[in-house]
Design a protein around this ligand. Structure first.
Ligand code: G3P
Length: 215
């Protein structure tokens, strides 16, 4: 399973990279706004930090607008993946991007039918938002399971990015289901490393080591 960081904050990306855990990065307009930086500039910098797919989202809501924004984004670096919203115009744009060899990540997916349509349009990645479904009392990971079932039935190549991850259990469930990618905040990536028994055990080892005679 690949791990992506869901952030546009370069210090967080540097930290994730230092653990050797970052296979790619996803951003969205809210995350770019949070970074407080110029969109193209921060995306270009992220491309220098991570050698993997870097999702940069369009903000147009018509296919022509998405195409012109996406083509410009794709010129920033070969690793750019154009993130497109799961609306009818987004599907039109996705098909044209695919014909031009530009990778897309169809985002804001909340149903299996949306994921199927995105894949049929030629998306390289589809992003079901699990945390936002959990927030409204739907089981987000249930959606991932359904998408993986459907994609498996037809050997669909599109990779499933489990997005809107809020906790380590989302990641573990995604891995058990065989999801290709989980995109997560740095905090969740760090939570995945920790276990209180590891800390207690290490403390004990270090304490006992003090009583070992040293030459
Ligand atoms: O990148 C999209 C997605 O991961 C957003 O997550 O926490 O805003 O629902 P969240």
């Amino acid at each position: 399973m690949k791990f992506f960081l869901d952030t546009a904050v370069v210090d967080e990306i540097r930290e994730g990279v230092s653990y050797g855990l970052v296979d790619g990065v996803t951003t969205n307009p809210s995350l770019i706004a949070k970074s407080g930086r110029d969109f193209r500039e921060v995306i270009a910098e992220i491309c220098t930090l991570v050698d993997g797919p870097i999702s940069a989202e369009v903000v147009s809501t018509d296919a022509e607008g998405m195409l012109s924004e996406g083509r410009a984004l794709a010129k920033i670096h070969d690793n750019i993946v154009v993130k497109v919203p799961m609306i009818a115009e987004g599907l039109k744009a996705t098909r044209r991007f695919a014909a031009e060899g530009i990778k897309t990540n169809v985002t804001l997916i909340f149903s299996p039918s949306q994921a199927l349509l995105a894949a049929k349009a030629g998306a390289s990645f589809v992003s079901p938002f699990v945390g936002r479904l959990d927030d409204i009392s739907h089981v987000g990971m249930g959606l991932v399971e359904e998408i993986l079932d459907i994609f498996g039935n037809y050997d669909i190549d599109a990779e499933v990015i489990v997005a809107s991850i809020r906790n380590p259990l989302h990641v573990v469930d995604a891995a058990r289901m065989g999801a290709h990618i989980g995109t997560m905040p740095l905090g969740v990536m760090k939570q995945l490393m920790r276990h209180p028994l590891t800390d207690i055990g290490l403390q004990q080892f270090l304490k006992d080591w003090e009583s070992v005679p040293k030459r």
